[in-house]
Write a protein that binds this ligand. Structure first.
Ligand code: HEM
Length: 389
């Protein structure tokens, strides 16, 4: 990183074949290579009531990058920072490349790149502490947590997602370069799902324990999705935004592998084969939590993860969007979930899991962060303008 000044490159122009994505939610061909075969030319619209990258289709790669604001950055600095980010996001997501991009070729095939921006309490406080949402603070400590500050909360979050790691890395570098005057890098967490094309689109992902992960999840097409996830008109400047909880969860795969298959399946309450409940049916058959064995025991054990995580209160649900991580020495899940209020949704679920969950034998939470994911923005508007005015 640290490209330094872009002086001398300002004469570079966007690719002639570039197209700005449409605002109707559709994916458009982008960049100079838009009519080439493959998915590289697909661009996700970055404009809308909500930021892209939260409910837009999950991509193969994700990178979370957190920053700390430099001490001298005030409300006006935050306003300038948001303006620069807006231009970068528009250029990078469309494949047109930001104006001063020295390597626009690396942006030309965005592969559904999205850049989603979240803010921490520290940033809101620079603008106006009275505007900080009540929930924007470190989560309460859980007994089983083994948190490492290296993956703790920050002032600013840049979440990059794409099906190709190349435009993603380029976008991260362009944004890093532009943020240098405003913020210092805090941490990066890189994750992945199955490669695009290895499975039919829409297939539920598998985590590194081999489980189908993400089956029971609110869907954006469902009527009750919006009130669970998007902050409403009463949320002031956060209206149209959402709260992200990101937990880095290490998996003990060596000891997990020593458990036989039935043992691994009852830990969750679902089969490893296709993720169907142990009470029968296919992946999307509802779990029968009441079913018993001939001996009168519950088929889904009382401490099974799916039972403990299940919410009987419909308002307590979260929208999960995890990715795997594997840095060569350690593997696990970058567990991300979106909601209106982490204290009403994530925290009570995690409290149950922390108290009792068979999965705890093999998973450890090592990082925790909460960010206010900014509302979306329309063409001609600036991201985060509702906060900075
Ligand atoms: C369900 C894995 C951590 C919340 C599941 C399922 C799997 C799974 C395989 C069943 C399939 C599905 O519905 O997605 C894991 C692993 C974790 C983890 C491997 C850690 C590495 C968490 C955490 C939370 C959570 C931290 C929230 C605090 C849920 C919920 C469900 C679920 C809400 C759906 C329960 C239902 O059936 O209603 N998880 N999970 N999980 N998990 Fe996790």
């Amino acid at each position: 990183l640290g490209l330094g000044s872009a002086a001398g490159f300002t004469a570079l122009r966007p690719n002639p074949g570039s197209a700005v994505p449409s605002d109707d939610g559709s994916i458009r061909s982008a960049g100079a290579g838009g009519d080439l075969p493959g998915f590289g030319g697909e661009a996700l619209p970055c404009h809308g009531a909500h930021q892209a990258g939260i409910t837009t289709p999950s991509t193969a790669h994700a990178r979370y990058v957190a920053y700390r604001l430099r001490p001298e950055v005030d409300a006006d600095g935050v306003r300038r920072l948001f303006r620069i980010l807006t231009e970068d996001i528009e250029g990078l997501a469309s494949g047109a490349a930001p104006l001063a991009d020295p390597e626009p070729e690396l942006a030309a095939r965005p592969s559904r790149l999205s850049v989603t921006v979240g803010v921490g309490a520290g940033l809101v406080d620079r603008v106006d502490p009275s505007r900080r949402p009540e929930w924007l603070k470190p989560l309460p400590a859980f007994a089983e947590d083994r948190l490492d500050d290296r993956y703790g909360d920050g002032d600013l979050l840049i979440l990059l997602q794409a099906d190709d790691p190349l435009p993603l890395a380029h976008a991260a570098r362009m944004i890093h370069r532009d943020l240098t005057g405003f913020a210092e890098h805090h941490w990066t967490q890189q994750g992945f799902r199955q490669a695009r094309g290895s499975e039919a689109d829409g297939t539920t992902m598998r985590n590194l324990m081999g489980q189908v992960d993400g089956t029971v999840n609110p869907h954006p097409d469902e009527e009750d999705f919006d009130p669970l996830v998007w902050i409403g008109a009463d949320g002031g400047w956060m209206s149209g935004g959402t709260a992200l909880v990101l937990r880095r969860i290490r998996m003990e795969l060596d000891t997990w592998d020593q458990i036989d298959r039935p043992g691994r399946e009852i830990t969750i309450g679902r089969t490893l084969d296709d993720g169907a409940p142990l009470t029968g049916g296919d992946e999307h058959t509802p779990i029968d939590f009441e079913a018993t064995t001939p001996l009168g025991l519950k088929v889904i054990p009382m401490a099974a993860h799916a039972r403990r995580a299940h919410s009987t209160d419909p308002d307590e649900r979260i929208f999960r969007r995890a990715v795997n991580y594997d840095d060569g020495t350690e593997a696990g899940l970058l567990f991300a979930c979106y909601q209106r209020d982490p204290y009403r949704q994530f925290v009570p679920i995690q409290q149950r899991l922390d108290e009792m969950d068979m999965l705890n034998e093999w998973v450890t939470h090592t990082g925790s962060a909460v960010f206010a994911m900014l509302p979306g923005f329309a063409a001609g508007e600036t991201l985060g303008a509702s906060l900075t005015g």
